[in-house]
Every structure is written in C-alpha cells, then in structure tokens.
Design a binder for this molecule. Structure first.
Ligand SMILES: [Zn+2]
Length: 107
C-alpha cells in the first residue's frame, strides 16, 4: 500500500518492505527539498547528489560556481542510475550524514 507523503510526486510502481521508505515504510518527510544530480551510487542504500548554484561577487561583478553535495537514502522501490536528476525530501537523520530521502526520479 502506498502512503500519501504530502508532496505532489509520482509514486513508485514497485512495492517494498523497506522500513525507511517514505511510501511503504514508517519514515515521515518534513522540511526542505533538495534537487540534484546523482554523482555516485556505489553505496548500498545511499546516493550522493550534487547541486550547482551561481554565487555573485559584487566586488568583481562576476558569478562563481558553488556546489553543494548531500547524501540521501535510497529506498529499495526506487531505481536510480548515475547522472539522473532526483528530488529528495528532508527526514529524520537516518545516519550521521544522511537526513534526506529520495522521493522522485526526474530523468
Ligand atoms: Zn517503497
């Protein structure tokens, strides 16, 4: 059974028994959203994603690139490949560096 998580996202087609899944498990989603490009899927249930945003330096009247990288939990019902754009939502801390879950994959 798929749970409504309060965000307008497309639900995953597969079912899973993952406890940390926002759709089928007990994990609730609240707070910020983070959209980024998947940089690494080497870890078992964690992905690394990165977002690039321009920062303006008024002294030089120029933009510089800044990157922010986060770790996010990958529920077993969502299939992700490197290079995908994914939307993650903030949740309770799952481990030391993971406090976001993947909720949608945007190709
Ligand atoms: Zn699931």
């Amino acid at each position: 059974m798929t749970k409504n998580i309060g965000l307008s996202v497309t639900f995953p087609k597969q079912n899973c028994t993952d406890l940390h899944c926002p759709f089928h498990g007990k994990l609730s989603v609240r707070g910020k959203l983070f959209e980024g490009k998947v940089v690494s899927t080497k870890a078992k249930k964690t992905i690394v994603l990165q977002k690039e945003s321009p920062v303006y330096f008024s002294k030089f009247k120029r933009y510089a690139r800044s990157k922010s990288t986060i770790h996010a939990y990958k529920p077993s019902c969502i299939v992700i490949e490197e290079g995908d754009t994914v939307l993650t939502a903030e949740c309770r801390p799952i481990s030391k560096s993971v406090s976001y879950v993947v909720v949608e994959v945007k190709k």
